[in-house]
Design a protein around this ligand. Structure first.
Ligand code: CA
Length: 582
């Protein structure tokens, strides 16, 4: 199975991560070699042409492809596939399942393959959509093509795209031990996309009689990371890329989660049944409500509307000081205050994980209105000691530390930010690429190949995301702007989603369709000046139960391309038409 060779990457370790030195060390990223930015004229936009499925059950023989086994090709009648939250039935389509690159690992002796399924609608819109999935992958999620945001009301398949989904090269949903196998690491990081993309395009060509006119890529969380990696590594293959809450520095973010466990363990008040620190007691629900309310008290009105939304978290950073905004408990903790120790812990987490020398390990996080919600607590107090410890233990550390250490919270508490954390940059003769190499975009601010072929990138990120920081995405976008003469908006736009947690939920207008505007941008040259988002109150397809009670059920807001934010211009506080991006 031919591995695709990639150009060498520029990736300094933590010591060189100051923005200025990064840009200098990486040659500026934009027009190449640190030379002055030279604008290029993107290709003339053209729209995809619809087509009709010509072939399904015989595709296994018609679409033969290197190192690929098709295990089934079956017709699926209209309405036979239900998608949660989507009221209209899935269209008639062909379901092709199979695997690429089946092999037996010489390291752990297990059998691996890149499992996939592809759903090809009979009435095709002429487009291909790569559905990137979340977490540790390991599961062929049905290839319906999530368009992102909170409980979307349609899918790429419903819209007529031919959609592929994969397990990213290992089987077993969210089971981390595939990280013992070096090739499975690379497949998860980037190689599954490299292998599947040409296979899928060939399948489309055989199914419809012609190749896709346009190709798109989308996902959230680890899927957003896949999207950011595709934008950097596979620009020649994709016309439009949609990256949601992207964990494009996922190994760093996972280590930062372990740092959070260590911090929270300092202020717990009880142990679990297993005799371990109960992180849920580090900050009670009442205490986080106090913090979130203090954020709103200081920051909500700064954007011109006291509406429960902090439209500009950068402005809030200047205005909000935990030390003075939240009362310090004079006596016992009662929910209305934080102890001095708690303030220190929360400040450490929000200012960002550091090693003992004070060097930043990941990123700061913005104080926002959604940091008292369920999803935030889930990531900080639960996933941090299960999912993140497993990922660091088996997939991101080199060699994998998890094979010789306890799991769960004990792994997190025993993890040294000085000695162990640098293992995400390490490689060995067996593990030839570090996690930071295979998981992250090479030189993420250099997207000149994507830009120069006229492809477009839309990124969104909830500002109350607990695990991947919107500050990190903001920092990346600032570097991208700098690499493009101060303005990257001709090909890449970043839409922060105020109040939204990890890929949805929170006190937010979290339902939006960014795929349709991405297609309009790619194919008609219409750049998105704003994107309307809707709250999911009573009557929504899937109700967001965490919305503030004083919001209308169907509140709308414009999401604005950074650095613009939504400013109130008068009228109903519930309507997007009362706001403008500026
Ligand atoms: Ca506000």
């Amino acid at each position: 199975m031919g591995q695709i060779a990639f150009s060498s990457s520029c990736r300094p370790g933590w010591a060189a991560l100051a923005a200025a030195s990064l840009l200098a060390a990486c040659g500026g990223g934009g027009g190449g070699g640190g030379l002055a930015f030279v604008p290029t004229t993107p290709a003339t936009p053209s729209e995809a042409r619809p087509g009709t499925l010509q072939s399904c059950t015989d595709l296994a023989s018609k679409a033969a492809f290197s190192s690929t086994v098709y295990t089934s090709a079956t017709s699926v009648a209209a309405g036979a596939l239900a998608v949660a939250g989507v009221s209209t039935p899935a269209p008639e389509h062909c379901l092709v399942q199979g695997q690429m690159n089946q092999r037996t690992s010489g390291v752990d002796g297990k059998t691996y393959a890149i499992g996939f399924e592809m759903r090809l609608p009979v009435n095709w819109n002429g487009r291909f959509f790569y559905q990137a999935n979340g977490g540790l992958d390991g599961n062929v999620v049905p290839a319906t093509g999530s368009i992102g945001g909170g409980s979307p009301k349609t899918t790429a398949l419903h819209m007529g795209f031919a959609v592929i989904s994969s397990d990213a090269g290992h089987s077993g949903a969210q089971i981390p031990t595939f990280g013992i196998d070096p090739q499975a690491r690379l497949d998860y990081g980037y190689n599954a996309v490299a292998q599947l993309t040409p296979m899928a395009k060939n399948l489309v060509a055989k199914a419809y009689g012609r190749a896709p006119d346009r190709s798109y890529f989308g996902g959230c969380s680890n899927g957003g990371r896949h999207a950011m990696v595709a934008a950097a590594r596979f620009a020649s293959q994709y016309d439009g890329i949609l990256a949601g809450n992207p964990g494009f520095n996922l190994p760093k973010a996972a280590v930062a989660q372990l740092y959070g466990v260590q911090q929270y363990a300092k202020v717990t008040t009880a142990n679990t049944a297993a005799g371990k620190p109960d992180l849920q007691t580090a900050f009670t629900q009442a205490e986080m409500n106090t913090v979130a309310n203090a954020v709103l008290a200081r920051c909500d009105a700064l954007d011109g509307a006291a509406d429960g939304i902090v439209a500009d978290v950068r402005m809030c950073k200047q205005a909000f000081d935990l030390a003075t905004a939240v009362p310090t408990c004079g006596g016992a903790r009662d929910g209305s205050c934080l102890s001095a120790a708690q303030k220190s812990v929360l400040d450490n987490v929000f200012s960002g994980a550091k090693n003992s020398a004070g060097t930043a390990i990941y990123s700061s996080f913005p104080y926002d209105a959604g940091i008292n919600r369920t999803d935030w607590r889930q990531w900080e107090f639960s996933n941090s000691q299960s999912l993140d410890t497993a990922a660091v233990g088996f997939v991101f550390s080199t060699p994998p530390l998890g094979t010789s250490r306890p799991s769960g919270i004990d792994f997190a508490l025993g993890f040294s930010m000085d000695i162990d954390a640098p293992s995400i940059f390490a490689s060995t003769a067996l593990y030839t690429e570090s996690a930071m190499s295979f998981m992250t975009p090479p030189n993420p601010s250099n997207l000149s190949a994507l830009r120069d072929r006229g492809s477009k990138l839309i990124v969104y990120h909830g500002t109350s995301d607990a695990v991947f920081s919107s500050d990190d995405t903001t920092s990346w976008y600032e570097q991208l702007r700098a690499a493009n003469g101060g303005d990257a908006s001709v090909f890449a736009r970043f839409f922060p989603v105020p109040g939204m947690n990890h890929c949805g939920r929170g006190p937010a207008t979290d339902q939006f369709d960014m795929l349709t505007p991405l297609v309009a941008w790619v194919e008609q040259g219409k750049a998105p000046a704003s994107i309307i988002a809707t709250a999911r109150g009573a009557g929504a397809n899937v109700v967001n139960t965490e919305l503030p009670v004083d919001w209308s059920a169907d509140r709308t807001r414009p999401l604005c391309p950074y650095p613009k934010t939504a400013a109130y211009v008068g009228g109903s506080i519930e309507s997007a038409s009362s706001f403008t991006c500026r």
